[in-house]
Design a protein around this ligand. Structure first.
Ligand code: GTP
Ligand code: MG
Length: 198
């Protein structure tokens, strides 16, 4: 898919203020600092569209971007950042639950996982919650430029083994790097096909 146009639309604290759910939507979630905003910028080919930071906790609202005038990309706050206050953290959890659980036009939630790490409890727990709430999702293993391919493959095999303890099959998954563009075409093609189901 060609990205001809990508514009920021609105930031919201809750679902009420989000654009009318009249177009297909794809959102990005995962632990703080995993690379959600960077991946969005990589997908649309605009470095500064979604705000990124080396410090975790940068994205704090639900951010809608309108792509090619006919679908939305959504940048969400990260979960699991220990340094934010308890109240802020609970606020994020509310935002995330309300948005994910209640957004009728959400075609697929991309759950970003740091490809360098062992399976993390918080991610596995979140994925289980998605399953029990029947939220359609795909996994994206991020920052693959930071490790040798053999290590990445090893880590992904470990992840698969972990998920297959609970799931009958692997959900769709992608390898990505916002640095070198790995996975960009595959993710955009997936979105292209999936958005036709709307
Ligand atoms: P929050 O908004 O805080 O939840 O973080 P986020 O998940 O949106 O992460 P963000 O995109 O802001 O990236 C966090 C840091 O990781 C930044 O310093 C990015 O430059 C870096 N980063 C993100 N993706 C990649 C990647 O694919 N490769 C490399 N090497 N660095 C990356
Ligand atoms: Mg962010």
């Amino acid at each position: 898919m060609n990205i001809k146009k990508a514009v920021f639309v609105i930031s919201n604290k809750n679902v009420k203020g989000c654009p009318a759910p009249s177009m297909p939507e794809f959102a990005f979630i995962g632990r703080s600092n995993v690379g959600k905003s960077s991946l969005i910028n990589c997908l649309v080919g605009q470095a500064g569209l979604a705000k990124t930071s080396a410090k975790p906790g940068k994205t704090q609202l639900i951010n809608h971007f309108l792509i090619n005038d006919n679908w939305y990309l959504v940048d969400l706050p990260g979960y699991g950042y220990a340094r934010t206050s308890k109240t802020t953290r609970a606020g994020f959890a509310d935002i995330i639950n309300e948005y994910i659980g209640g957004r009728s036009n959400l075609i697929c939630l991309f759950v970003l996982i740091d490809s360098r790490l062992e399976p993390q409890k918080i991610d596995l727990h979140f994925i289980r919650w998605l399953g029990s709430n029947e939220i359609p999702f795909a996994l994206v293993f991020t920052k693959t430029d930071k490790l040798k391919p053999a290590r990445i493959n090893e880590n992904i095999e470990t992840y698969k083994a972990e998920l297959l303890k609970e799931w009958a099959q692997m959900p769709p998954y992608f390898l990505s790097s916002a640095e070198d563009g790995t996975g960009r075409e595959e993710i955009l093609n997936y979105i292209d096909v999936a958005s036709k189901t709307f």
